[in-house]
Design a protein. Structure first.
Length: 292
């Protein structure tokens, strides 16, 4: 079944990938020069790589993450790479006061904001649902509620600049596979909230774009550690993924699918044959390595 999934994904994804990626897009790195950008979850993984790309584009950066020591190193590297400015605020996004603190720092330092990239994530394993409702609540607080709080705090500044919100989500927020019940719930919530908010902004003629980034398996340290023993696929590069997220946000795209063929084909198959997709997904895992 795993082999069947590998055969179907490229074929079904080809047409969708062509649709989304064949049209010319006028992205230029100068589009980000001097822009004021907040990146959450920026001490490692995709967030760290986004910070470095934005630094090379000479953006102003405000980075957040839990670990202060790692953030300091990322900020130092960003300044070496050419960031117009770079600073950080450390803290956990399950703190109700942190979103407001981050946005006050942006307003006091820059007087405004051009792009908010929401990328942070709480720790979650890859296993059968254990019945731990407390973990679900905490994960919702970090992966969803704090995203809403940050976006809400940022909207007045983004309305002034006609800026962008970029939400880093997952294919697990479009397709509910096994072993990710809590994580998947938070990602579905992001899709629902930000897709609805986008509609309201359009109705009110507010020129703030919302880009939802639907990511597959990426070679971040946390993702590889969590699922490499269960998923035999080769993860996509985080450096390229980070650049595609920035590109999608700058171009004000509705959604990014990355890697495009893998994610696009799964979404297409979900629409035309959902039970087949479920079967293929279940058959693609090394079930003997899944923790109960």
């Amino acid at each position: 079944m795993g082999l069947l999934l590998k055969v179907f994904i490229p074929l079904l994804g080809a047409a969708l990938a062509f649709y989304f990626y064949s049209a010319p897009e006028n992205f230029n790195e100068e589009m980000l020069r001097g822009k004021r950008v907040i990146v959450t979850g920026a001490s490692s993984g995709i967030g760290e790589q986004m910070a470095y790309h934005l630094a090379r584009m000479e953006a102003h950066l405000l980075l957040t993450a839990r670990t202060e020591a790692r953030l300091q190193k990322v900020v130092e590297r960003c300044l070496e790479l050419g960031a117009a400015s770079a600073r950080y605020i450390s803290g956990s996004m399950d703190s109700p006061s942190l979103p407001g603190q981050v946005l006050r720092e942006a307003e006091n330092t820059w007087g405004g904001l051009d792009m908010l990239i929401l990328n942070h994530i709480g720790q979650s394993g890859f296993s059968y649902f254990s019945g731990d409702v407390g973990h679900v609540r905490k994960l919702m607080e970090i992966n969803f509620v704090s995203y809403v709080a940050l976006a809400t705090a940022a909207l007045p500044l983004l309305k002034e600049s006609e800026g962008s919100i970029v939400v880093v989500s997952s294919v697990a927020g479009k397709i509910a596979g096994p072993f990710t019940a809590s994580y998947s719930a938070t990602k579905f919530a992001l899709d629902g909230f930000f897709s609805s908010l986008r509609q309201e902004l359009i109705i009110d003629k507010v020129n703030v774009s919302i880009t939802l980034c639907i990511l597959g398996y990426i070679n971040t340290e946390s993702a590889v550690r969590a699922v490499s023993h269960v998923i035999p696929d080769t993860p996509a590069p985080k450096e390229e993924c980070a650049l595609e997220i920035i590109r999608a946000g700058a171009l004000r795209r509705r959604e990014l699918h990355y890697p495009p063929r893998a994610v696009g084909s799964m979404l297409l198959l979900r629409s035309i044959a959902p039970e087949l997709l479920d079967s293929l997904v279940r058959g693609s895992y090394r079930l003997e390595n899944v923790r109960r």
